[in-house]
Design a binder for this molecule. Sequence first.
Ligand SMILES: NC(=O)c1ccc[n+]([C@@H]2O[C@H](COP(=O)([O-])OP(=O)(O)OC[C@H]3O[C@@H](n4cnc5c(N)ncnc54)[C@H](O)[C@@H]3O)[C@@H](O)[C@H]2O)c1
Length: 603
Amino acid sequence: MSLPNEIATPELNLEATSLSSGSPSPQERGPGGEVERQADGKRPMYYEYKPAETVKAAHGTTLRCKTWEAEAALRMLENNLDPAVSLVYDELIVYGGAGRAARNWKEFQTIVKSLKELEADETLLVQSGKAVGVLRTWPHAPRVLIANSNLVPAWSTQEYFDELDRKGLMMYGQMTAGSWIYIATQGILQGTYETFGAMATQHFGGTLKHTVTVTAGLGGMSGAQPLAVTMNDGVCLVIEPIDERVKQKVREGYVDEQARDLDHALELCEQAKAEGRAWSIGLTGNAATVLPQLLERNFKADIVTDQTSAHDLMDYLPEGDINEVLALRAANPEEFKKQALASIVKHCQAMLDMQERGTIAVDYGNNLRGQAEKGGLQVRDENGQFLYPGFVPGYIRPLFCEGKGPFRWAALSGDPQDILRIDRALLETFPEDKLLARWIEKAQAKVPFIGLPARVCWLGYGEREKFSLVINDLVARGEVSAPIVIGRDHLDCGSVASPNRETEGMKDGSDAVADWPLLNALANCASGADWVSLHNGGGVGIGNSTHSGMVIVATGTPEKAERLRRVLTTDPGMGIFRHADAGYELAQDVARERGANIPSLNV
Ligand SMILES: NC(=O)c1ccc[n+]([C@@H]2O[C@H](COP(=O)([O-])OP(=O)(O)OC[C@H]3O[C@@H](n4cnc5c(N)ncnc54)[C@H](O)[C@@H]3O)[C@@H](O)[C@H]2O)c1
């Protein structure tokens, strides 16, 4: 099947002017030199509008907006930008390469003002991180509607998007960055824990004890990997070129120890593996350099994967001295991208070679295989299937068939006690779910709260509705001190079309059908969500995915209970519909058992 990126796209008219354009005046630099990426003088950031006080989510019960729903959107936007949460605060970059929360500082200020002024029956429209209109709608309609990074399909390439982005007309929203429901690395931790757990079950008798996983990337999402491996009792070696990121993850407790060099790292891995001790080791280095070195030394990992930001060539760091590499990115982006692609090819080739030697290789949703293919590497077999699988078809799809996905909530009070109270309620609501109990126990012990206290766990169709009502009840009874925001990642069972990731290898070949996430967003609006978003390019890069998000705020009112009931049935229900329609019997059985109404199953 030919990929949409192969379609020739029209030339961008760079002569056109826009109200959004302006000239940047960078005043500060990010910790790893990332700001240099923008120092080409093209992308307007409006630093003169940057708030004097560092942005962080407000806590407590004092409202700055006219409703809790608008206040929740404002706090979650602020939370995404909190420097403890975001990757490059100065650039409004939250995670996942260049995933932003607002288009620039000026638009951030406009969004904040609009949210503060928003009436209880108004809806704010946000287009690629810019407030573009306020509509009179209904009290039970969404307070915010967001569309980020979307392009007409034939124009939807990274290059075309980058031109618009530099011109100040768009921004990359990733999945939860531009839709204001990012909850720092914990957000992905549960999904990563589930994936490594499924790998343990499929290949290693239910535990990663006495196994070594090699991976790369210690950024927003990727930083969850080492902890997810140790939570499954395994050993993890994680490679990251920016030394400060390794140190940061050690400080945060996501990595146990930083190795001095490769020899030291391998010694630590062997030791922990032999002892059956869960341990994670961070190594400052480049995956494209280190993986071939592992092969040269005949080091055999049990699992190899990768979560560098390979989806965008401007964010994958090519081999070489890190300072020179970052300087090259600022000075000569085209040459940088060429070198990044060459390194990706080398990195992916090393993963294939490791697989050849018996290591289990899995793609972790960053499109490394797709990019390597663009670079000329053969990554598919004669049937067009990838030589090593993506994590969804490999391990997660059965969960999607049950409407399971990353359900998450954040305490608007800012009080960790609220989350711990909800943890207790969760265990009481699903007492038979041992995996869930293990997750909560491990999360409480090992997952630091960063930004607004939050929790994530995977719940399925029926379970999400049930638990959302428990949360609403806790708010109503004052057992938690403020309303609770309930949302999810766009990486979910019925909210994303992404042929190299969530919808890779669908049973009926419908991998690239993007009607589903569009229906998901429409259905969530119709059901009463508080903010709904539709994005392009999350996870795997512009043009490679379409996905939607939803958030609803449990305020404790009976009216909110009704809306929670509908939204939290609709949303995972889309996953059942999508997978049942593609022919997955498990999804069809779940639909019949739990009463999801699918017309074609009733005739
Ligand atoms: N599978 C999933 O569930 C999932 C979820 C979210 C994001 N993603 C994808 O995972 C990728 C990482 O996301 P993130 O939020 O961690 O991004 P990020 O930009 O926050 O972090 C990526 C990290 O990779 C490092 N890196 C870059 N090149 C490298 C190289 N050659 N060798 C080693 N490390 C290198 C960077 O320095 C950075 O620290 C993205 O492509 C994202 O789209 C996957």
